[in-house]
Design a protein. Structure first.
Length: 377
């Protein structure tokens, strides 16, 4: 009997020690290490992770690759990609239930027979290192004639819906009363919106019915200029988005169904010729951003840190900067940005930021196109 109680005491003591060792430290600063995991490519816009550990990424010029444990292979069979200007093969996302569906989603710009480019959201599978079962889910109804402001990012929520951002397209970008491109305010246009679809491209029953429409469409929010980041916050169940302002006025927005985010009617920035867009960018009928950047940082790519390995940084928001060539770590409180911290300064134009399944952060950087992994301990 004494031996029995001794064994129980030893087991309990062992469990207590293990529990102590596994206590989560969320108050210490993490020790950061970086590693370049691939390099020598052109602009890597979209990237995502497959459940088996493979990593899929694309080059803006229209090339798609699968990085395996021992090799990186090109996936052929994409349609013709129009990579002029700011267009090309843009975001790439793996379906959350990839093991059962096999679907991969992408956004890209294509060629139009009458000239100009369109924007498309598509999905596909991969069979024998080749794109298969290609399906276009959404496409723009009018051409982009200046090859600028395509957006674009893809995100999934926890209800099985897919979201896609698209820039204003059209004939150019000018804000204020003299704006000629009003696609973003036209609720019948695909351009300048965040769209919400079922995974097969259908219109969810609870999508908003916007003023001027008789029924719900794919439009979830409107009034966007050039949104190049979109991420679902699993804690608050909110969609966060960033978009480029003109000269200043880059924005972080928390998206609200049916809301108007203002472009080109209002902006915290000015036009490139110095003309003020709006004396007062705050209006009752327009949803204000939670944060703006002036001068513009050129925000592209965004991820929440949810891994315990990052300790005190857990819950922070990471945003890439194209203009200033660094990563921004944003500290948040009650849905507000309270402090900005620069990381990886002068690393290059940061195009995308994603948290990997193992909790590390993948950062896509230009010049040359490469991916840097950030680990914390």
């Amino acid at each position: 009997m004494k031996i029995y109680f001794l064994l129980i005491s030893i087991l309990l003591a062992g469990c207590s020690k293990k529990e102590v060792n596994e206590q989560i430290d969320l108050i210490s600063e993490p020790i950061i290490k970086t590693e370049t995991i691939l390099t020598g490519y052109e602009i890597i816009w979209g990237m995502d992770f497959l459940p088996n550990g493979d990593f899929i990424f694309g080059e803006k010029r229209g090339k798609l690759y699968l990085k395996k444990a021992t090799e990186t292979v090109e996936i052929t069979g994409l349609p013709s990609i129009n990579s002029a200007g700011q267009g090309g093969l843009l975001d790439i996302r793996v379906h959350p239930n990839f093991n059962s569906t096999g679907w991969i989603y992408c956004t890209y710009s294509g060629f139009l027979s009458g000239g100009g480019a369109n924007w498309n959201l598509a999905r596909f599978t991969i069979v024998d290192k080749r794109v298969s079962n290609w399906q276009i889910l959404l496409t723009t109804e009018s051409p982009n004639t200046w090859n600028g402001h395509f957006g674009s990012r893809i995100e999934f929520d926890d209800q099985g819906y897919v979201y896609a951002t698209v820039g204003e397209g059209g004939t150019g970008s000018y804000g204020g009363v003299n704006a000629t491109n009003t696609n973003s305010q036209n609720v019948k246009s695909v351009w300048g919106k965040v769209h919400r679809l079922t995974e097969s491209g259908g219109i969810p029953n609870d999508n908003p019915v916007l003023s001027g429409n008789s029924s719900a469409t794919s439009v979830f929010t409107y009034g966007h200029r050039n949104p190049q980041a979109l991420v679902f916050n699993n804690v608050t169940k909110e969609l966060w988005e960033t978009e480029h302002g003109p000269k200043g006025g880059d924005e972080i927005n928390i998206l609200k169904k049916g809301a108007n985010y203002g472009w080109p009617v209002v902006s915290f920035g000015t036009n490139y010729d110095g003309v003020v867009i709006s004396i007062n960018p705050i209006r009752a009928d327009i949803e204000a951003p939670i944060h703006t950047w002036t001068p513009s940082i050129g925000p592209s790519g965004m991820a929440f840190i949810t891994s315990n390995s990052f300790k005190k940084w857990k819950g922070n928001l990471l945003c890439g900067s194209l203009s200033f060539r660094y990563l921004v770590r944003c500290e948040l409180s009650n849905g507000k940005l309270t402090k900005e911290n620069k990381m990886l300064e002068n690393i290059g134009r940061v195009r995308n930021v994603k948290q990997a399944p193992d909790g590390s952060i993948y950062v896509s950087v230009e010049g040359p196109g490469r991916i840097i992994q950030i680990k914390a301990e």
